[in-house]
Design a protein around this ligand. Structure first.
Ligand code: ZN
Length: 259
């Protein structure tokens, strides 16, 4: 029966989404994720456990701090909802297997990094580096030690690709296009997903970022566009989440032309 695991995956997703919100708020500022406990950023009052339930508390409190009425950003309920949806998808598509649990962990990392990059333009090492290590372990668990070694090689190659693009951009435009965080994020994706899905995620991420840039340019005047810095990691992370679930059919369709 898939009903019980599905319900559990939603509850786990909400809980992990709530924890992810803490990581997103604190890690880019190098703050501890355990101490101090949850506080309202506006009035600094500790949040009582009853007001700290994922999603439910936000609805019951009308999206405001009980003490000072500070409006809780939409990001909080949205991340919790997205995490629940992604955990449920992992469970329904991959089942309660090494792959299903692995995909859920990968979604946690990718969603967190996407939101952090969008909010702060930072992809913290405290998420990317353990993420790479977990990806290597995951590949090893699924395919043996050879697969683990290969995952290391894919991660290094992926980082090298971003560093090359970054170097070329620096030479031509004399400014930073992609950050070192982007290199570590692509390495993470490669350790988990292997070369083909990683290339697909990179391709889709670049397309999405370019599309966003063009739409932005159409909305604003051109001078605004020059100053626009896109959080490329957000597009790359979102593309990778898409590829986790939809990458296989797309790659199958693509490879049929080479048979
Ligand atoms: Zn408050």
């Amino acid at each position: 029966m898939i009903v019980a695991p599905a319900i559990f995956s939603v509850l786990f997703g909400l809980a992990f989404g709530s924890f992810l919100n803490v990581c997103i708020s604190r890690l880019p500022r190098h703050e501890s994720i355990v101490h101090p406990g949850s506080r309202c950023p506006a009035c600094m009052r500790p949040i009582v456990p009853g007001d700290n339930l994922p999603l439910l508390s936000w609805i019951l409190l009308g999206g405001r701090c009980r003490n000072c009425g500070w409006r809780i950003p939409w990001r909080y309920p949205l991340v919790e909802l997205a995490m629940a949806a992604l955990f449920l998808l992992s469970c329904l598509i991959f089942g309660v297997t090494v792959e299903g649990v692995g995909v859920a962990i990968l979604c946690f990392l990718l969603l967190g990094l996407s939101v952090m990059d969008a909010e702060t333009m930072l992809l913290p090492d405290s998420f990317t580096l353990p993420g790479i290590a977990l990806g290597i372990v995951y590949s090893g668990l699924r395919g043996g030690w050879r697969a683990g070694l290969l995952a290391c090689a894919y991660a290094l190659a992926a980082a090298a690709i971003i560093l090359l693009i970054r170097g070329a951009y620096l030479l031509v435009r004399k400014q930073e296009g992609m950050g070192l965080g982007d290199a570590k994020l692509l390495a993470l994706i490669a350790a988990w997903l292997g070369p083909w899905q990683t290339l697909l995620a990179l391709f889709l991420g670049v397309i999405a970022a370019a599309l966003f840039g063009v739409l932005w340019m159409a909305r604003k005047d051109r001078s605004g566009f020059r100053k626009l810095r896109l959080p490329f990691g957000s597009f790359l992370g979102a593309a990778a989440i898409y590829v986790v679930f939809e990458g296989e059919p797309i790659l199958k369709w693509y490879f049929q032309f080479f048979r």
